[in-house]
Design a protein around this ligand. Sequence first.
Ligand SMILES: Cc1ncc(C[n+]2csc(CCOP(=O)(O)OP(=O)(O)O)c2C)c(N)n1
Ligand SMILES: [Mg+2]
Length: 594
Amino acid sequence: MAIQERAGIDKRWGEYAADEWSDAVVAAMKLGGIDHLFFVSGSEIGFYQEATIKAHELGRPSPRLVTMMHEQTALNAALGVAMVTGQPAATAVHVDVGTFNYGGGLHTAWRGRYPVLMTAGTGPRAYPGTTIGGRNNYIQWYQEPRDQGEILRQYTKLDHRMESQDNPGLMISRLLQVSMSEPKGPVYMSFPREAAMTPIPEGRIRFPTRDQLGIARPSWPDPEDAKTVARWLIEADNPCIYTANSGRNADTVEDLVRLADLLAVPVNQDRLFRGLTFPMTHPLFGTGPAPKNADALLVIEAPVPWMPPDDAPSPDARIAWVDVDPVQSRYKTMEWQADLWLPCEAQTATRAIYEAATGMLSQSDLNRIADRRERLERRKQEIETANEAAAQKARQRNPIHPRWAAYQICDILEPDTILLDDALSNSTFMHAYARRTQPSTFFKSGGSSGGWGAGAAFGAKLAKPDSDVVLAVGDGFFMFDNPIAALWASAQHKAPFLTVVFVNRSYSTGTRGLRDTYPEGIAAEKRNYDGGVFDPRPDFGKMAETVNGYGETVRDPEEVGPALRRGLNAVRNGSPAVIGVWLPTLVEEMSLPS
Ligand SMILES: Cc1ncc(C[n+]2csc(CCOP(=O)(O)OP(=O)(O)O)c2C)c(N)n1
Ligand SMILES: [Mg+2]
């Protein structure tokens, strides 16, 4: 029975023009919210080119095919789109080897709960001449692994190999439904060329869209649990909200502010946050106690809110823990304890706790809350004053102090600038001065893989062309994401972003990290950090020149600001720009004033 007849059983499904399965796949992607298909060439995935070009010519739904030069950069670009839009993005790469090249981006997609549809072709395996799309090149015998999905199965919610019994549009919608339902995450589809090129009789096919299948609605806490948490926060002297990833959903920011304001509960954002959780200039931001000093802790989407055992909360503290998957079933070894585990979303939980709290506040509560607010406002002022003083002190140092570099980077940001932080050991400085206030204007990867920033910055700019996009990145991490491939894409697709590289010619892992692991070791004694230092370094400014972008390396503290503005101007005029800020190596830094 032909697919369109079988699928026609459900009359709610739409009918779409499609000559072969690949047409149905690109249509279902677009109808499922995918605007960009980041594509790295392979002999067996030419169908994506044919289908997207055809759709463009005929006015059929299809994502835009975005030519890319490396698979990890392509995946990071998809993460960048998903991160700033909340909608999925897709990638298409070559068989098993292209899938391997997704590299550390896979970890980022998984740990950061990004809704991306990763795809790859498979080595054609039909005997030459028997099937459309079958084998026609000797290399194809090399291309067939035992199970292609197994390569990345640990890093996906679902993977699927498109097969003859499938409805291709339905399968894409289904993968997107799973990817977009909480906990969100990457999905993978391998698409044999034989399947992709399967003709569709009469050129029409029926399938449900992602939204016809439906995305699971946000989950709410039990109202009684919301009351309990509200009561704990109200009764506490030193309550605090600890969060990392609630800014994945930009709408959560407003609700969190409302709750925090109501009770004057401070919000501490983890170092490894995935998107801005709270306006950074707000008096309640970053003014909370260390977990060990808090008496009521509300953890919201923070997989690692403290370092045990020293920072762990007191046994008397009350702990409520909110996450769509609070026991973190994607992580293996987790020893956290909480008094209340709430399997619900950050936004709905904050709303429910707010609603519960509003009916509970006595005048004496309100007085205590007002006192706390005043105390935290003062604390915020003290922190800001100390940060400013530290920056002005750092300014005096030549060689450039990374704190001063961070301060200067943050000085060029507009309210809607999208800032990506992949600056690793210098992230703390970025956080001290970023002062981001709007949701979706400050991001980290949400995982631990280096090499996310350049591709993600490109994807972010592609999706949000009207905002400046600035990437602050370590010189090691910049190299991990194929910077030339990202810069090329940025120039080619007219999505220019500014990269600022902290050029310390070192990995903190292989320098400070080694010293801290072996404080009495021979490497520390001899100050030999081979493996941790890469001096002479690549000329990062010149990398931009390889794609006709703007680049320079700055060595004078007073020149950092002007150089960054030159870079930003170049970006606003349409060119990618890379500004290297020359710093001491981390070995030199060990004997410099901090
Ligand atoms: C793909 C990948 N490889 C290795 C690491 C381990 N690692 C963590 S931090 C780090 C150093 C990063 O160097 P750089 O970006 O120069 O930042 P810096 O340490 O100088 O601040 C490394 C190599 C990683 N996180 N990801
Ligand atoms: Mg470095």
